[in-house]
Ligand binder design. Structure first.
Ligand SMILES: [Zn+2]
Length: 494
């Protein structure tokens, strides 16, 4: 059988009609015409990883009597039997206890999404990619550096989506990720490290051209090498309370772990308890919980060149840009259509009005779950990093996580950072190693008192957020300004 996009579309529509005639209240299909990945790593100058993957297939869902059934196949001539399997799975699932699912009504969406790309990394010759990484590796090489690596990862997906509402969406995904790192032991034999991820400003492109921009990546090689030397020679952070100034390299993890994951509606409803954990947020908190100070404005944003921007989610809903936390108050959560009816019924009032367009699956053979998109903090009125440092008597500037430990309900956290710069009387003084800080999520965000301007705002990329069972690794972004938190517990007591 000659399988074309037209024949797949015709088959899917025919099956969606058949499922509707069989009593299904909703059905959908995602056809991944291409799901391609590549990873290249140079470790101490040697090519350690040259990894490529290519997948193609269809995943289908049906909702029958309040229960989901899912099936997937890489055999594009077997779409009808995939729907049969999904229907059988839904019928089996109706026998299990659980809140009946209801997708509600939605306007059919039609459209396509193409990410801003000047140069497709999969069209770039391997020799050119390795040449770029080798040139960066050469800059990282130094007698003071014990080990070093530089890697780049690329993704390209071509996805078609249809559902029983009449939605038809065609979208491409293209992402470029890169990291470089240097490592060396300190006098106590503990490995110290300094690293740098490719980042972007928020309004550019996201193809290979971004990786070749020196200001976004390669020009930082000399800096991280110099800073590693400073860290190795540094004193450990003395324990005590001080103000903490987070650069975006650390602030994005703070947002990811203590806002992003905590606000996923499926977690709040308890569906992730057995694997990823729960949330301290309860349904009745939506609309009233003081999550942070008035300076905290957090949104599920749409930022052109971030991996958390995809045009339409995996339920076909056009991606929306909306506040999660506005002037410190929790106003919304990360949701899909799937759980809205349950959340509102359990809350006893309308707490989530419409889909947060956060339904995302990592592959054609996984079902969409509630995921972060771009969880961004709006820039604030408090100027540059230097302005914030000048206004700080006793503090520390922190960058890039080395360790993290978070309560299963995201209610408290403990982070270690690659580097700290002590701040005394408005000036950065010495570099500190083994920098750590910890706190309670709400107390910490309520101590946010300075938020840097747009000039301090960086779009950080996360290529590897894990969630779900079986695990789904997802890519997303965090647009983050410099932020200061007052009187935080830092360092480890001897
Ligand atoms: Zn995560």
């Amino acid at each position: 059988m000659n399988v074309t996009l037209d024949s797949i579309a015709a088959s899917v529509k025919q099956q969606l009609k058949r499922m509707s005639d069989s009593g299904c209240s909703f059905g959908d299909a995602r056809f991944y015409d291409e799901d391609r990945g590549e990873a290249l790593t140079l470790y101490d100058g040697n090519l350690e990883t040259n990894y490529g993957e290519l997948e193609r297939g269809v995943g289908v869902r049906v909702l029958k009597d309040g229960a989901w059934g899912f099936a997937a196949t890489a055999d594009l001539s077997a779409i009808a039997s995939a729907f049969d399997t999904a229907l059988a799975n839904a019928r089996a699932a109706t026998l299990l206890p659980g809140f009946p699912k209801d997708m509600g009504k939605a306007q059919p969406a039609k459209g396509r999404y193409r990410p801003p790309v000047e140069r497709d990394p999969f069209e770039v010759p391997m020799s050119e990619k390795l040449g770029l990484l080798s040139a960066i590796d050469a800059k990282l090489k130094d007698p003071s550096v014990a080990h070093r690596f530089v890697n780049a990862r690329f993704q390209r997906r071509k996805i078609y989506y249809w559902n029983s509402d009449g939605t038809e969406v065609d979208r491409h995904v293209l992402n470029t990720f890169a990291t470089m790192q240097v490592m060396a032991p300190d006098a106590q034999g503990r490995t110290q490290r300094r690293s740098m991820d490719l980042f972007c400003g928020g309004d550019g492109t996201r193809g290979y051209e971004w990786l070749t921009r020196p200001d976004a990546f390669s020009a930082h090689a000399e800096r991280i090498k110099t800073e590693l030397g400073q860290i190795v020679a540094a004193d450990p952070m003395p324990a005590g309370r001080r103000d903490v100034i987070l650069l975006p390299g650390q602030g994005h993890l703070q947002v990811h772990e203590t806002i992003g994951h905590a606000l996923e509606l499926d977690r709040i409803l308890g569906y992730e308890l057995s694997f990823a954990g729960g949330s301290h947020v309860r349904l009745e908190h939506i609309g009233s919980l003081r999550y942070g100070s008035d300076k905290l404005n957090c949104r599920a944003g749409i930022t052109a060149n971030s991996p958390g921007t995809f045009g339409f989610d995996d339920e076909g809903s056009p991606q929306r840009d909306y506040y999660l936390i506005h002037k410190g108050i929790l106003v919304n959560v990360l949701s899909s259509r799937t759980d809205l009816a349950e959340a509102n019924a359990k809350a006893g009032r309308m707490v989530v009005k419409e889909s947060g367009t956060a339904a995302r699956a990592c592959a054609f053979y996984r079902t969409p779950i509630d995921r972060m998109t771009n969880i961004n903090i709006d820039p604030g009125p408090d100027g540059t990093l230097e302005d914030i440092v000048q206004a700080t008597e006793n503090g520390v500037v922190l960058d890039v996580p080395v360790s993290w430990s978070i309560g299963s309900n995201r209610e408290h956290f403990h982070f270690g950072c690659e580097i700290g710069w002590e701040v005394k009387d408005g000036k950065r003084t010495r570099v500190l190693k083994n920098s750590t800080y910890h706190g309670h999520t709400l107390e910490f965000w309520n101590s946010l008192d300075k938020v840097g301007s747009q000039a301090t705002w960086c779009m950080m990329q996360v290529p590897n957020c894990g969630k779900g069972e079986p695990n789904q690794v997802m890519e997303l972004g965090h647009g983050i300004p410099v932020m200061r938190f007052r009187n935080v517990e830092t360092g480890e007591k001897e």
